[in-house]
Design a protein around this ligand. Structure first.
Ligand code: PSU
Ligand code: MN
Length: 328
C-alpha cells in the first residue's frame, strides 16, 4: 500500500515557527490543505488518537470520515493530523486515515514521542498535545476534538497528568472540546489549566462539561456565545500579544443527549476498579477506560461520544470560517 506523504508545499517561513517543541519539524501537507492554505480558506485541525485509540473498530473509520464531512459542511477544510512512515502529515488523505484507523500497532504519539517515532519511521496517531502543537506550527488556529486529557484521579499518588495540559500552555490555538472526561479529576484539571495560563470559556454556558455528561460540576469564568465572538477573542489575543497558550472552548452536549448519569456513574466506578485490579498505568489508562465505557454501555457511550465530536467539529468549522472568511 502506498502511504507516502506528499512533499511539502509549505512556504519556507512555516518551518521556523516555534511552537511547543515542534520547531523545524518538516510538515507534509495534504492536497486539500495545501490548496486551502494557498487560497486563504479556513482550516480546522483534527486529531488521530481519537481514531486509532479512542473509538472501537470499525466505527472509528466511519466516524473519522463523518468528522471531516461535518467540517466541510460547516464551511472549513479538515486537516486530520498524524504520522505516516515517520513523517508528520497535516491533512491525511482517506487512505492514510483508513490505515491509522484499521492497522495494528499504530503508536499513540504525544509531543515527546514525535522525534523517536520519526527516526523509527513509525505510523502514529497524534494526541491533543501533539496535534495542537503541530497544527499551531502549521498556522492553523482552530482544533476540534472530543475531550482533553487532564489530571487523573489519584494523580497525587500516580503523578498521572496528561501532557495535553502542559503543551496547551505553550500552544496558541483554540481547542473546541466537551471538557474532560469524568474518568479524570475535573476540578484538579481546571486548577492546573489556571496555573498553566490556559484560558477556558464555555460555549453558551458557564458550566464546564464532563464529556459524556453535560455538567462536569464546576463553573468557568467566561462564556462565549457565537463563532463571531470567539473570532474576536482570537484577534484580541493576536493584537495584544497574549496568545501564547491555548483557549479551551468547552461545548457541552444538551442535557437530553448526554449519557444517562446513573449509567455513567456505575460504568465509571466499574472501570476504575478494573483499572486498579489490572495494574494499568501510563498512556494505556485513557484508551482502557474509553473501551470499557463503550463495551459495557452497549454502544450508548459510543453514540454519545460520536455526537460530541460531530458537534465540536461543526462549531470549530464555523469559528474558523468566522476568523478567516473565505475569499469572495
Ligand atoms: N479524551 C477523550 N478521547 C480520547 C482522548 C482523550 O475523550 O481519545 C485521547 C486524546 O488524544 C488525548 C489523549 O490527547 O487521549 C490523552 O491521553 P493521556 O491521558 O495518555 O495523555
Ligand atoms: Mn497519562
Amino acid at each position: 500500500m502506498h502511504l507516502t506523504p506528499k512533499r511539502s508545499n509549505a512556504a519556507e517561513g512555516d518551518r521556523h515557527r516555534t511552537v511547543a517543541g515542534v520547531t523545524n519539524f518538516q510538515i507534509h501537507y495534504g492536497e486539500q490543505v495545501t490548496r486551502a492554505r494557498r487560497d486563504g480558506r479556513p482550516v480546522v485541525a483534527l486529531e488521530s488518537t481519537i481514531i486509532s485509540h479512542g473509538l472501537p473498530h470499525p466505527d472509528n473509520l466511519r466516524v473519522a470520515r463523518e468528522i471531516e464531512q461535518t467540517v466541510r459542511d460547516n464551511g472549513a477544510v479538515p486537516a486530520t493530523i498524524g504520522m505516516i512512515g515517520g513523517e508528520l502529515v497535516v491533512g491525511l488523505d482517506d487512505r492514510q486515515i483508513e490505515h491509522l484507523a484499521l492497522a495494528e500497532g499504530v503508536a499513540k504519539l504525544s509531543v515527546r514521542d514525535l522525534a523517536v517515532a520519526a527516526a523509527k519511521r513509525a505510523d502514529g496517531a497524534t494526541t491533543v498535545a501533539a496535534t495542537s502543537a503541530v497544527a499551531a506550527a502549521a498556522g492553523i488556529g482552530v482544533f476540534a476534538t472530543g475531550g482533553l486529557g487532564g489530571v487523573h484521579r489519584e494523580a497525587n499518588v500516580t503523578f498521572d497528568e496528561s501532557a495535553d495540559l502542559t503543551t496547551l500552555a505553550r500552544t496558541p490555538i483554540v481547542v473546541v472540546c466537551a471538557g474532560v472526561k469524568s474518568i479524570l479529576d475535573v476540578g484538579a484539571t481546571l486548577e492546573r489549566l489556571e496555573t498553566l495560563g490556559v484560558a477556558v470559556a464555555g460555549y453558551r454556558t458557564k458550566r464546564f462539561p464532563g464529556f459524556f455528561i453535560t455538567d462536569g460540576g464546576f463553573d468557568v469564568d467566561w462564556q462565549l456565545d457565537s463563532p463571531d465572538e470567539i473570532a474576536d477573542v482570537m484577534r484580541a489575543r493576536t493584537d495584544h500579544g497574549v496568545g501564547a497558550g491555548a483557549l479551551i472552548l468547552a461545548n457541552p452536549l444538551p442535557v437530553d443527549e448526554q449519557l444517562e448519569p446513573a449509567l455513567h456513574d456505575r460504568t465509571l466506578a466499574e472501570g476504575l476498579a478494573l483499572l486498579s485490579r489490572g495494574g494499568i498505568t501510563g498512556k494505556a489508562v485513557t484508551p482502557f477506560l474509553l473501551s470499557h465505557f463503550h463495551a459495557s454501555t452497549e454502544g450508548q457511550s459510543l453514540a454519545v461520544n460520536v455526537r460530541i465530536i460531530l458537534r465540536n467539529s461543526a462549531l470549530a468549522a464555523r469559528i474558523a470560517a468566522a476568523h478567516t472568511p473565505a475569499p469572495a
